[in-house]
Design a protein around this ligand. Structure first.
Ligand SMILES: [Zn+2]
Length: 253
């Protein structure tokens, strides 16, 4: 890969995790913010910067809110799999986990017309079967592991899966929603440092955001500022499948 790469992805969880846990309407409403306002704001910013991104979508979300998935694909973004109801895969037995993959792929294909090429584990947690399932079901890439700061190839049982690694530090959720330890300005400062570092080293940075989080109020400016900086520094902003194919093509594993 030449230059530096920003893999920009969004997890469109909406209220899938809260629905699975049977949480109350207020808890679910925080996720539903994505449907009412957050996603549209994210899509507008991406459009303004001419960026095509990757959206990881639980199958249940695709089935329940197909208009959101269509809004994503209509603008040329990629839809990838993210569980069915945002299950923790490490709590499922192998059969149930297989069923989650089948249902998720079915629902995404039903709405988008094509099966997902990428996968991201909900909560970034794999079971002991996940790698085997991802490989055997023919996924081009996974984006769940945290063991490198550049993409690489995993070979498993005769299959190649490109790993697009992630990092909790590069996710909006812990800082702005879960632990609430940073302000959006502090988060932006940290992420700008990561973008500058990746640009200076010709490296890779993966940013994960949630429309129900980064789309809330003035936080959306974080996304806008990140994209402005990335564009200034000449970042390559591929969708997951483009990036994975380039990794396979370059033999850079
Ligand atoms: Zn998620």
């Amino acid at each position: 890969m030449a230059g530096f790469t920003l893999f920009l992805s969004f997890d469109l969880d909406v209220d899938s995790a809260e629905a699975l846990k049977g949480e109350d309407p207020v808890a679910r409403s925080r996720g539903l913010f994505a449907e009412r306002a957050g996603l549209a704001k994210v899509l507008d910013v991406l459009e303004r910067h001419g960026v095509k991104a990757t959206f990881f979508v639980p199958g249940w979300v695709a089935a329940r809110y197909p208009h959101l998935v269509r809004a994503i694909t209509k603008r040329g973004h990629e839809v990838a799999a993210h569980g069915f109801m945002h299950e923790r895969l490490d709590t499922l037995n192998r059969e149930d986990e297989m069923r989650v993959f089948e249902l998720a792929e079915h629902m995404i294909k039903h709405v988008t017309g094509s099966r997902p090429l990428g996968f991201r584990a909900p909560y970034w947690r794999w079971s002991s079967s996940t790698l085997e399932i991802v490989a055997k079901r023919g996924y081009l890439y996974d984006s769940s592991l945290m063991d490198d700061e550049k993409p690489y190839v995993i070979e498993h049982a005769g299959h190649k899966v490109v790993e697009l690694p992630v990092d909790w530090r590069l996710d909006d959720w812990p800082y702005l929603e879960y632990y609430r330890t940073l302000t959006p300005r502090e988060l932006l400062e940290m992420w700008i440092d990561e973008i500058d570092y990746a640009a200076s080293t010709g490296g890779y940075v993966s940013l994960t955001m949630h429309p129900q989080c980064i789309g809330r109020g003035a936080r959306i400016r974080v996304l806008d500022s990140i994209l402005r900086r990335a564009r200034e520094l000449g970042a390559w902003l591929p969708r997951g499948s483009e990036l994975a194919r380039s990794v396979l093509g370059s033999g850079d594993s």
